[in-house]
Design a protein around this ligand. Structure first.
Ligand SMILES: CC(C)(COP(=O)(O)OP(=O)(O)OC[C@H]1O[C@@H](n2cnc3c(N)ncnc32)[C@H](O)[C@@H]1OP(=O)(O)O)[C@@H](O)C(=O)NCCC(=O)NCCS
Length: 155
């Protein structure tokens, strides 16, 4: 295998086999990690489009959205900690954006913690704009969510 093949990122739809690793990554990445049942919903949900990214046989991140009419609502974007700061967050977002556009979405929407400035910078760099605040959206942490929206009709 060449070095370039070794560095290549492949995406596949989430399946049950991925869940144990995703649950581990969740514990580190979020104060309110998803449960096995929540990942289960992404596997079977008719509107769910959820993908796992692998490099050299290892899961490096995952991202997904629900397609509701022509709006793609991002449910997750996570890069496993050892792989952050290499542009993979952008790679994941670009992949799900491409899938959403192929499926007919004209808008992408997400919620992000008010304190998560790294994620907000990432979204702004991809032309997301702030569309409002949901007060106390993350009730466990008592934190607001910023709502961010991207117009996909110009992608
Ligand atoms: C938010 C998250 C997905 C970003 O993923 P990431 O792969 O680290 O993102 P990127 O590498 O694309 O960008 C992150 C930072 O690395 C920098 N970066 C990108 N490529 C780089 C490179 N080659 N060398 C050095 N730095 C780089 C970016 O400029 C950015 O810096 P900034 O925050 O100071 O602007 C990741 O931090 C994560 O999974 N966090 C935990 C879960 C989470 O909060 N998810 C979002 C929920 S809304």
């Amino acid at each position: 295998m060449s070095v370039s093949e070794d560095r290549a990122i492949s995406f596949q739809r989430i399946c049950r086999d991925h869940t144990p690793v995703l649950l581990e990554i969740e514990q580190e990445a979020y104060p309110d990690p998803w449960t096995p049942g929540m990942f289960g919903q992404e596997i079977v949900g008719p509107n769910s489009h959820f993908y796992v990214a692998e490099r050299a046989g290892e899961i490096i991140g995952y991202a997904g959205f629900w397609l509701l009419l022509q709006e793609a609502h991002v449910t997750k974007v996570t890069v496993a900690r050892p792989y952050r700061g290499q542009g993979l967050g952008i790679t994941l977002m670009e992949y799900i954006t491409g899938r959403a556009v192929e499926l007919g979405a004209n808008t992408m929407r997400l919620e992000v913690r008010a304190s998560n400035t790294t994620a907000q910078r990432l979204y702004r760099s991809l032309n997301f704009v702030e569309a409002g605040v949901r007060k106390n959206y993350y009730a466990r942490a008592g934190e607001d969510a910023l709502v961010m929206v991207r117009d996909l009709s110009v992608v």
